[in-house]
Design a binder for this molecule. Structure first.
Ligand code: BG6
Ligand code: MG
Length: 217
């Protein structure tokens, strides 16, 4: 029986994956990595330093960046990202999500947030959604990021539930892998070919309703 929900933030609740991508594009330009649309997909769900490493690996420059340089670049990216986040309002909640969260509350399902982003609390605040979440996993306390199951396993634990009692919702391929590896039911939001391993797939956040989920369980 499903007793709780664990949600990703960027790309599920808000369109912030686009903002992350926009900020990373500026950093990519700086380190002379030609931007490829594929990168936007690859960076979804991936933590800050790992994202930078991905961008550097795709670049033509064979310079070695010191850890200090890399920290500076991630800080620069974060500054660009926060500038974008500060302009956000509740209008930036993806379609159908507010209604979905309301229906979870009405049905007394506890909700946890499993975002790799250290900016997640700020984004929730901007969207005025903080109060919906019973638990927020702190990514700074985790040993491994997605696709490791740790973040979704921690979400279940914080809710006091078994993994098999939880549904995880994700827009990234690494996130779906993490949910499945945690032993939870996975819902992928977005293109089926990207989210191949999701137990349930919805093309759009508008389709994410309790009714639709129950039909597919
Ligand atoms: C994930 C995003 O949710 O968080 C990634 O999908 C991002 O794009 C990662 O890199 C880390 O976010 P932040 O805000 O801590 O740099
Ligand atoms: Mg995401």
């Amino acid at each position: 029986d499903i007793r709780g929900f664990i949600l990703d933030l960027d790309g599920v609740i808000s369109n912030t994956s686009v903002l992350h991508s926009r900020a990373w594009q500026q950093i990519a330009h700086k380190v002379e990595t030609p931007w490829h649309p594929k990168l936007s997909e690859e960076l979804k769900g991936v933590g800050r330093m790992d994202s930078l490493n991905l961008i550097l690996r795709r670049g033509r420059r064979r310079v070695k960046y010191s850890l200090e340089d890399k920290v500076r670049l991630t800080e620069e990216k974060n500054k660009l990202y926060i500038e974008l986040v500060n302009k956000m309002t509740p209008d930036d909640i993806l379609p159908g999500i507010k209604k979905f969260l309301d229906s979870l509350k009405a049905n007394h399902y506890p909700i946890a947030l499993a975002s790799a982003s250290r900016n997640a609390p700020l984004v929730l605040e901007k969207l005025q959604l903080t109060d919906y979440f019973d638990q927020i996993v702190d990514p700074a306390k985790l040993r491994k990021g997605k696709p490791d199951p740790e973040i979704f396993a921690t979400g279940a634990k914080l809710l006091g539930l078994l993994p098999e009692e939880c549904i995880g919702i994700e827009d990234s391929a690494v996130g779906i892998t993490a949910i499945n590896a945690a032993g939870e039911t996975s819902i992928g939001i977005g293109a089926r070919h990207v989210l191949r391993d999701a137990h349930i797939n919805f093309a759009d956040t508008r389709d994410l309703t309790l009714e639709n989920i129950k039909k597919r369980l």
